[in-house]
Design a protein around this ligand. Structure first.
Ligand SMILES: [Ca+2]
Ligand SMILES: [Ca+2]
Length: 467
C-alpha cells in the first residue's frame, strides 16, 4: 500500500513536470492519467474504504433531529414550545430522547422504538413526515461514530528553532474539539468563561449552575465543556486527556515560539471541548454540539484532529461548517492516517475543504519535511496542504515532553498559524486567511490542493507577509 502510493506520487511529480507550464499536476493527472482514476476504483481500496466508513451506532437506531427555530427566552430549555410539541409527538410514538444539545437552535439525539422491526431509515422518514405535518421546521441526520485520528510513536529531539512574531495586541481562541485537555498543564493559556469562573471563586466555583448572562445553558463551563458526559470538564469521570493534551501542546509550542521575548504578545487561548471518551470513541452528535458551542462562545479557530469516513456528505457537521463560515471562523482538520486518497474515500470534516472556503485540511509531512508521511491521507481536491506530522514535540497529560506523529499533530500547527494571522488582523475573513495560507505553501508536488507544505522554515515569512 505504502509503495503503491509512493509510486503514484513520484509519477505525479514527473508527469506534472512534463505537463504544460502552469497546469496543475494534480488536476491534470486526475483527468488524463487512467492510473489515477483507477486508483479510486481499485477493489482493495474500495474494500478498505468500506471498513473505514463509520457505521451508525446502535444498528442505526439513532438519529438526530435539529431545528431551525430558536428559543429567545434564555431561562427556558433550548426547545421552544413548538419544538417541544414535535419532540413529544415522537416520544409518544415510542421514540426516546437520548441527548439534547443546548446550542441555539438546538439539536436532539433520538432513538427509534425497541424491536419495532421497522428499517431505521424508514422510521426516520416517518418521523420526518410526522414533524413536517405538525408544522415543525426540523431536519434529520443519522448519528455516526467517529474515532480519534492518532499515531503516537517514534523519537525525536525537541524542535526549538521557531521564528519570532512581531507586534501583538490581541487574544485569540482555538477551540480544541478532542478527548479533553489536561487544563493543569495550560494554566495561563485556557480560554476562560469569566461568569462561570468568578461566581464565586474558590471551591464553590463549580456551583452546578449556569452563571452566564444571558444563559448559555451550560453549567460550570469554565474552560469549555464535556459533551460526552454532558457535564463540566471537572466532573466525575473526567478523562485522562491524553490525545487532546498533546494536540493542545502542539498548538502551544507552535504559537508560543512566535512570541518568545516579545513584551506584548498575542494571547492564545485554548477552549477545551471534550467529545471523545477514554477509548477514543466519540459521536458526530457530540462533535457537532461542541462545534456549535465553539462558534457561539467566541472561538476564532476550531481544531479537529479526528476524522470519520462517510460515503455521503454529512448534513449535521456541515451545519457547523456553514455557521462557522458565517462568523468567519476557520476550521482546521486533520486529513487522517490511513494512506487513503480522500477525494475517493472521504474523511470528514477534512473533506469539506473542497467545498467550504473556511476549512483547511492538513496532511502530515515526514520527519525531514521533504514528502508526505508514509501514513498520511491525501487528496487533490480535499486536502489543502501538509505540515509537520512526524517526530513532533509536544507534552503528555503529565506535562512531560512527548514526541508524537500523525495528522492529528499537523493540524494544530496550522491552527496556531491561522490563529496568529487572525490575531494580526481581527477583521480578516476566514476565506482570506485560508486562501493566504494556501498561497504560501512551498511546492512539494504532493497530491494536495495546494500541492505544498508549510513547516518551521516558512512560518515566519508567512506571518510577516500578512496582511
Ligand atoms: Ca454557562
Ligand atoms: Ca456555574
Amino acid at each position: 500500500m505504502k509503495n503503491d502510493n509512493r509510486l503514484f506520487w513520484l509519477s505525479a511529480s514527473l508527469l506534472g513536470f512534463l505537463a504544460i507550464t502552469g497546469l496543475a499536476a494534480c488536476c491534470w493527472l486526475q483527468f488524463l492519467n487512467t492510473d489515477y482514476v483507477m486508483h479510486c476504483g481499485k477493489a482493495e481500496l474500495i474494500e478498505k474504504c468500506k471498513t473505514l466508513q463509520a457505521k451508525p451506532v446502535d444498528s442505526g437506531r439513532q438519529y438526530i433531529v435539529y431545528f431551525t427555530k430558536s428559543n429567545d427566552r434564555p431561562s427556558e430549555p433550548a426547545f421552544n414550545i413548538m419544538d417541544r410539541e414535535v419532540i413529544n409527538t415522537l416520544v409518544h410514538k415510542g421514540h426516546k430522547v437520548l441527548k439534547v444539545c443546548q446550542c441555539n437552535p438546538p439539536i436532539a439525539l433520538m432513538q427509534v422504538p425497541e424491536g419495532d422491526g421497522i428499517d431505521p431509515v424508514e422510521r426516520t422518514a416517518e418521523a420526518r413526515d410526522e414533524v413536517e405535518q405538525s408544522g415543525g421546521d426540523a431536519h434529520f441526520a443519522m448519528n455516526l461514530q467517529i474515532f480519534l485520528d492518532t499515531t503516537d510513536n517514534s523519537i525525536w529531539t525537541l524542535q526549538e528553532k521557531y521564528p519570532k512574531l512581531e507586534s501583538a495586541t490581541s487574544t485569540l481562541t482555538i477551540a480544541v474539539i478532542d478527548g479533553g485537555i489536561n487544563v493543569d498543564q495550560f494554566q495561563h493559556e485556557m480560554w476562560i468563561n469569566f461568569p462561570e469562573y468568578d461566581m464565586p471563586a474558590g471551591p464553590s466555583r463549580l456551583d452546578g449552575l449556569d452563571n452566564n448572562t444571558p444563559f448559555n445553558r451550560y453549567k460550570d463551563d469554565i474552560y469549555g465543556y464535556d459533551f460526552v458526559e454532558d457535564a463540566s470538564i471537572f466532573g466525575v469521570g473526567a478523562s485522562i486527556h491524553i490525545h487532546g493534551t498533546k494536540v493542545a501542546g502542539v498548538a502551544r509550542n507552535t504559537y508560543k515560539a512566535f512570541i518568545v521575548g516579545h513584551p506584548n504578545p498575542y494571547v492564545q487561548q485554548l477552549m477545551d471541548l471534550k467529545v471523545f471518551n477514554d477509548h477514543g470513541e466519540g459521536t458526530l452528535f457530540d462533535a457537532a454540539c461542541a462545534g456549535f458551542y465553539a462558534i457561539d462562545n467566541g472561538a476564532d479557530v476550531i481544531n479537529a484532529s479526528w476524522v470519520y469516513y462517510s460515503s455521503k456528505k454529512d448534513s449535521l457537521f456541515e451545519q457547523v461548517v456553514l455557521r462557522a463560515q458565517s462568523r468567519h471562523i476557520i476550521i482546521v482538520a486533520a486529513a487522517g492516517n490511513d494512506i487513503m486518497n480522500t477525494d475517493c474515500c472521504r474523511s470528514y470534516p477534512s473533506a469539506f475543504a473542497d467545498i467550504y472556503p473556511n476549512v483547511l485540511s492538513v496532511a502530515a509531512l515526514n520527519s525531514g519535511n521533504t514528502d508526505l508521511a508514509s501514513f498520511s491521507n491525501y487528496g487533490c481536491q480535499t486536502v489543502t496542504l501538509a505540515a509537520p506530522g512526524e517526530k513532533v514535540a509536544t507534552i503528555d497529560f503529565k506535562g512531560n515532553e512527548a514526541i508524537v506523529e500523525g495528522t492529528s499533530y499537523a493540524a494544530p500547527f496550522i491552527s496556531a498559524l491561522a490563529g496568529a494571522l487572525r490575531a494580526k488582523d481581527r477583521n480578516a475573513t476566514a476565506e482570506t486567511i485560508v486562501d493566504y495560507i494556501g498561497s504560501q505553501a512551498i511546492p512539494l508536488h504532493a497530491p494536495l490542493i495546494t500541492k505544498g507544505k508549510i513547516d518551521e522554515g516558512n512560518l515566519q515569512t508567512i506571518i510577516d507577509g500578512f496582511p
